[in-house]
Ligand binder design. Structure first.
Ligand code: FMN
Length: 171
């Protein structure tokens, strides 16, 4: 799929998936897109847990009980570790966001759909509960969950403000 076609087709999908397993090579290709993202000082503070285990997926769906989580072929969990450069700068959040957007586009390019669920991690200590469930090493933070699968419903694009409203040239 052409890059700009993937950009145009990407939209958050929160409905059911078809329940079919996703081939491991597709998941690897999707997550490799995240790994190739830029990061501050190339420190690569984001890592990825790819959950295909049925029992663990169900437990994750209990913590984030949405249609997408309950039927996802895989749940990708980006996790990050704090790192600070000598000058005090740190880019943990920016690194994570850059890698997740690459992943969201790769999901579309491979013919799947998904949704970037970050907000819910910050409510009711959900991120900490997920960290415990997946036995996450100390020093890492769960940033999001991304349920992925083949959508069974349409994936409508949300309205975006126009170029004129959000951008301008200085010539
Ligand atoms: C940082 C961030 C956090 C988000 N957190 C959630 C979330 O917790 N739950 C959810 O359903 N969607 C979440 N989303 C998806 C947004 O709601 C979605 O991108 C937005 O409504 C625009 O729709 P679109 O992705 O279809 O263009 C998040 C997106 C981003 C970038």
């Amino acid at each position: 799929m052409d890059f700009f076609e993937a950009i145009d087709k990407r939209a958050s999908y929160r409905e059911e998936f078809d329940g079919v397993d996703i081939p491991k090579e597709d998941l690897e290709a999707i997550v490799k897109a995240g790994i190739k993202a830029p990061s501050g000082y190339n420190h690569q503070t984001t890592s990825f847990i790819i959950v295909t285990n049925t029992e663990l997926k169900s437990k994750l769906a209990e913590l984030v009980p949405t249609k997408a989580m309950k039927t996802a072929g895989a749940i990708i969990i980006p996790v990050s570790s704090y790192w600070e450069a000598n000058n005090g700068l740190s880019f943990e959040i920016e690194d994570y966001a850059a890698s997740v957007e690459n992943i969201m586009l790769a999901i579309v390019a491979k013919g799947y759909a998904g949704v970037w669920v970050d907000g819910q991690m910050k409510l009711d200590h959900t991120g900490d509960k997920i960290a415990e469930l997946i036995h996450l090493d100390k020093g890492f933070t769960v940033r999001a969950v991304i349920p992925v699968g083949k959508p069974v419903k349409a994936v409508p694009q949300r309205e975006k403000k126009s170029f004129e409203e959000r951008a301008r040239f200085i010539e």
